[in-house]
Structure formats: C-alpha cells, structure tokens
Design a binder for this molecule. Structure first.
Ligand code: CA
Length: 461
C-alpha cells in the first residue's frame, strides 16, 4: 500500500507539473465528523439553550453554517451509504438498515460503487474510519476492504459505551437482536479491549492518527455512535448537566458533550500540527433525532424515520479555514451527497471518480464564485418506494406520506414547521414535483438485502 501510495504521489506530482492542477500542498486533508441521531437544535450553532457545544460550534463559526443541510434518508444505514458514495443510495438498492448477519455478503454498499475512501486512495490519501460502520458486516465489506487503511470501531448500527459491557468476541457470539451492541472493538484486524468510555476512545483514535500521519494527506471518517441509544454516559459528562431534570435528556446532553470534547481535541490536534488551514472539516448528524434518546429537532416537524424536516434536515457545518469565509450562514439547500463531490474536487487529479455523482462541490458556492443554486431538486425514497419526497428550494412534496392518505405539499419559506398542507391549493406544483420525482426515481432499484431484524428472526426459525 505504501509503495503504491508513493507511486501515486509521484504520478500526481508529474501530472501537477504538466497541467494546472492544485499542488500537493494545496490539497486539503478531509475530516468528516458524523454524529448519530442528533437533533437539529442540539448544537449551539442552531440555538441549543441547554447543551453547550463550543467546539462543534467552532466549525460553523470559523466556516459555514448550513441552515438547510439535508441527509439522503431518515435512518442510519441508507443515509451513510449516500454520504459514503456521493450518490443517492436508491441507485444501488440500499434502502433500509442492512442486516448485521456476517453471512449476508450483499447487505452492504455494492462493490461496484466507489466509497469516498476508495476515491481518495489513488490520490495518495491515508484513510481512517473510526466508530460506527453499518455499511456491511461480511469480512469482504469491512472498512479496510472499502478503501480505508485503518479502522477503529464496530460494524453494528449502535454500540454500548462502557468498556465492561463489551464482552462478545465477535459477531459469531451474537445470539439475539441487539447483542451486537456488546461486541469488542475492532482495531484493524483484531478485537481489542478498551479502557475508556467509547466516545472518548473514538476521539483518541482520530487524534492519534492525526499526530502519527500528519506528514501525509489524510481522510478521517469519524463516525461517533453518540447520541444514539443505549443512553449511557459517565459521571464526568453527566455532572455538567445537573440542571436538566429529565434523565434521558440529561444523559443525551452528556453524550453530546462528550462528542463536543472530542471535536475540540481533533481541532486542537490539527492546530498542534499546523494543519488547521489545510484541512476541510465537515460536521453533521446522519438523520434527525428520534423521541427515544431525548433529542430536540425544534423548530422542525417530525424526526428520525420520517420525511418531515425533522427527519432529514440536520445540524450541518463545514470549515476550510483560509478558503471559505468564516462566519458564513448559507441558507440554500445542500446535501450530505455534497461531501464526496467537494472532497474529490479538491483532492487532485488522482482521485477516482468513475460514477455520476449526485452531489456538487460546495466550495464555489461558499466563496461566492457561484451565486446559483447547488441543487434545483433534492429527492428521497423510502423503503419499498414509500414516502417519496422532493424538495425544490422552498417547495416540498411528500407524495405518499406514511400514515397519511393525501400527499403533503409545504411552502418552507413561510411554513418551516410544515403545518399547512397546500396540496389542494397548488395543483400545478403538485403535478410538477411529482413528475420530477418520477423522472429521478425511474432508474432506482428496490432494496436488495434483508433488514436489521432479519438475522434474529432467521435464528429463531
Ligand atoms: Ca442514525
């Protein structure tokens, strides 16, 4: 891998001499910090009153705060598949949370798709995945088989946070639904014991990698499972929130605060190594907050699992000091799909782009070089083609909302909380948005693999 990286770097350097391409020093490191089930309001930069997040806020205040940053699905796995490929996951049948059964090889991002790590590898990037994967449990689909050089984390869709709870050697010891939360942490190819609260361990892994590989270009996918259930926090973080009476909310606040400490340490590691200006840092949640973890999506309607704004519009910010302006508040809709497109656009000529990308390079929009609209439309498709949804700037249509008989059309410009259904009043827009969704959805495919509950059900047969 090292030899091929050097070779690729030389090839990149030669190309850089021949063409007008970004020189090696100008290509940024890339860090994507992803939280899990964090509510829209539960960051300082979106107005949280009870959970201070000064470090996460730095990303927004020293860069761009996206007031309308969307993910591609309101639950974990499909949202991550879209982010990791830069393509709507419905293109390749990733429409639900995949089973964690390691025998089901295809319950993953298909090998024909290119992950962001696979795209950056030939451009000479050292790639680290930390934390939650949930993009394939078969050994051929582990992070290190999908472009990452190193992995410190777990394959499941959530995890216990206390080291003493992590007693299962691997997936072969999983006997029932949720047991996978207690598998030992996977460090590259080995199961290891950890000493500290899981969120701190994940932060440690990212910080250690920055110090160790500071002289290389790197990409870090730092996928915290916090503040996803189970609700577990240490006294160090709980003690910061003695003013919060509700126990679930208090634990949630502590879990978010642990992430915030970790983000602070990551930013400090960049500064310690002189990398602050040469690193693109994204922060977002993978979907809206559910009711189970005490999250707050205000002022948005709905949450995790549905297609109201609270399900798919998330806390989202990006910093690239010296390149995009500090303190920018960007109000046009952008997508987690844009992370891939933005990263590869600035990674140099070696980056592998072999598929149509559904995202755009955000940088020209943030510098003001392009005052247009990043996305004329954004689209969503639920499991089994349910809840088809389309957004065109302020106009949003949910064609078959679950539990509701009629389509729902909202004007987000005047009705951010989606209180007034306009589908009876604006048939022109209803027809136009439906048509656009049909055009987008035509080549998409049905989900190709069993869901999260299937493994346990199979074992009980
Ligand atoms: Ca999630």
């Amino acid at each position: 891998m090292l030899i091929s990286r050097i070779r690729n770097r030389l090839a990149s350097a030669v190309l850089a001499c021949l063409c007008v391409m970004p020189a090696l020093a100008e290509r940024p490191n890339i860090i994507v910090i992803l939280t899990d089930d964090q509510g829209y309001k539960d960051v300082g930069f979106n107005g949280s009153q009870d959970i201070p997040t000064p470090n996460i806020d730095r990303i927004a205040h020293e860069g761009a705060l996206f007031t309308r940053g969307y993910v591609t699905h309101p639950v974990c796995g499909p949202s991550r598949a879209g982010l990791m490929t830069g393509r709507y996951q419905a293109r390749f049948g990733f429409g639900r949370n995949p089973t964690l059964n390691p025998a089901v090889e295809h319950a993953s991002i298909p090998l024909e798709e290119t992950t962001l790590a696979e795209a950056l590898d030939p451009a000479g990037y050292a790639n680290l995945a930390v934390g939650k994967w949930h993009l394939g449990s078969h050994p051929t689909r582990y992070p290190r088989k999908r472009g990452f050089d190193e992995f410190f984390g777990f394959l499941s869709g959530g995890h216990d946070y206390f080291p003493e709870n992590l007693t299962l050697q691997d997936m072969s010891e999983v006997k029932g639904h949720g047991d996978w939360y207690r598998t030992k942490i996977l460090h590259n190819g080995e199961r290891i014991e950890i000493d500290d609260y899981l969120t701190d361990e994940l932060s440690n892994a990212a910080v250690e990698f920055i110090h160790r590989r500071k002289d290389e270009l790197f990409f870090i996918y730092l996928a915290y499972n916090a503040p996803h259930t189970p609700m577990q926090a240490t006294e160090k973080y709980l003690s910061r929130f003695e003013n919060i009476q509700d126990k679930t909310r208090r634990t949630y606040a502590a879990m978010v605060s642990a992430v915030d400490d970790g983000v602070g340490r990551v930013l400090q590691a960049l500064e310690d190594n002189g990398l602050a200006n040469n690193t693109m840092v994204f922060f977002l949640s993978d979907n809206g907050g559910p009711s189970s973890n005490g999250s707050n999506n205000a002022p948005l309607r709905g949450g995790k699992g549905n297609y109201f704004e609270g399900g798919v519009r998330v806390p989202f910010a990006m910093r690239w000091t010296g390149t995009i302006p500090a303190g920018l508040i960007y109000d046009k809709p952008i997508s987690s799909l844009d992370i891939f497109a933005t990263a590869v656009a600035h990674a140099g000529p070696g980056a592998k782009i072999d598929k149509h990308l559904d995202g755009v390079d955000l940088v020209p929009y943030l510098t003001g070089a392009n005052d247009g609209v990043p996305h004329k439309y954004l689209f969503w498709r639920g499991f089994k083609n349910s809840s088809q949804t389309v957004l065109s700037m302020d106009s949003k249509l949910i064609i078959h909302p679950r539990k509701y008989a009629q389509p729902m059309l909202f004007d987000l410009g005047s009705d951010q909380a989606e209180t007034t259904n306009l589908s009876d009043k604006d048939s022109v827009q209803l027809i136009e948005l439906t048509k656009q969704h049909e055009l987008w959805n035509a080549p998409n495919i049905e989900t190709t693999f069993p869901g999260l509950g299937a493994w346990f059900q199979d074992r009980n047969k």
